[in-house]
Ligand binder design. Structure first.
Ligand code: SF4
Length: 333
């Protein structure tokens, strides 16, 4: 069974189905995830074999659970028995422990598959795992725009429920700088198209991406795109400059100046203030300094007051802000 190296944090307990390998774009200035790796499609047959293998594992684990009187639940006793009987350690398959099973189709842009092949994969997944309550995937805005409304509608009808798209920023200057390969209006159009086809839509934003120079226009442009789309989820992560990326080079040349934690909180505040959406606003990534989770617009005031409280503390105690830059902080979040 071939497994992907990455999935969104919200899919940590999902059954992972690798339908493509790596990223067909692979140029974003901040991203090192698939550096040096070639994009390739997997055949529908290969993907189906993985789904069958996953089902066989599921059946074996459930059988062991029932034999132990656990009514299908999975715990350490089941794990030990499965290891004894088959040598397979199911600890690395967290989806087996979950009652409400969800699935994620990887890698970075499953919509790059021919639409009929992806629809076949989703159909087969749904038929093989009728227990699955949600199927999601990453997609690039540009690829989404290339799919016809009919193709998207078919994908939705076969049971692909949610698309995760990296907006990163809604500012055109910054989108060009980070080589995202899409403009703000294309990002907005892709989001609206996905929603019109009936998908739940999740957009990712990178706090700190504009650095000291562009943080304000980053926040303002991003809010504009998000307002135009009104995605179901807005998910935040904070920039961590990765070795080997263009952004690292720009920083080394003195052309990119990372924001401080205080500046990042100010940026997040400006973004939130400008939002006029009905989205879930979530910072659920290990890179974020503060975990936030609220439904807009109802929770906007509470979220802002949370941010203000942290900002006040950081301004009063600058040492605390310095500590936020230490990797240890990130590791323990
Ligand atoms: S599209 Fe996504 S995975 Fe591909 S390079 Fe950009 S951020 Fe990385």
């Amino acid at each position: 069974m071939e497994l992907p190296a990455y999935r969104p944090p919200s899919e940590a307990y999902s059954l992972l189905v690798r339908a493509t390998r790596n990223c067909p774009w692979n140029k974003c200035a901040f991203c090192a995830m698939y550096r040096g790796k070639q994009f390739s499609l997997r055949t529908v047959e290969e993907v189906k074999e993985d789904i069958i293998t996953a089902r066989q594992l599921w059946e074996r684990v459930k059988k062991v659970s029932l034999s132990l009187g656990l009514e299908g639940r999975v715990n350490h006793l089941v794990r030990s028995r499965v290891i004894q009987e088959s040598g397979t350690d199911i600890a690395s398959f967290p989806w087996l422990y979950r009652e409400n099973l969800t699935a994620f189709i990887a890698d970075s842009n499953s919509l790059a598959m021919p639409a009929k092949d992806l629809a076949e994969v989703v159909r087969f997944l749904r038929a093989t795992f009728p227990e699955v309550i949600r199927v999601t995937s990453y997609a690039r805005a540009k690829t989404l725009l290339r799919r016809t409304p009919e193709e998207l509608k078919t994908l939705r009808e076969t049971g692909l429920d949610r698309l995760h798209v990296g907006l990163e920023t809604g500012d055109d200057q910054l989108l060009a700088l980070i080589r995202k390969g899409a403009t703000a209006s294309e990002m907005a159009a892709a989001g609206r198209k996905a929603k019109e086809a009936g998908f739940e839509f999740s957009m990712y934003v990178i706090l700190g991406l504009g650095g000291k120079q562009l943080w304000q226009q980053h926040a303002i442009g991003t809010a504009e795109v998000l307002n135009a789309v009104d995605p179901h989820f807005i998910r935040l992560r904070t920039l961590m400059i990765q070795p080997g990326t263009l952004l690292e080079e720009l920083q080394a040349k003195g052309e990119f100046h990372p924001s401080t934690p205080v500046e990042i909180f100010q940026e997040e505040k400006l973004l939130l203030e400008r939002l006029e959406v009905t989205s879930h606003f979530v910072s659920d990534h290990i890179s974020n300094y503060l975990a936030l989770d609220g439904k807009l617009p109802d929770d906007k005031e509470a979220l802002l007051s949370n941010l203000n409280a942290v900002l006040e503390q950081l301004i009063l105690y600058p040492q605390a802000a310095t500590n936020l830059l230490q990797p240890e902080h990130l590791r323990t979040l």
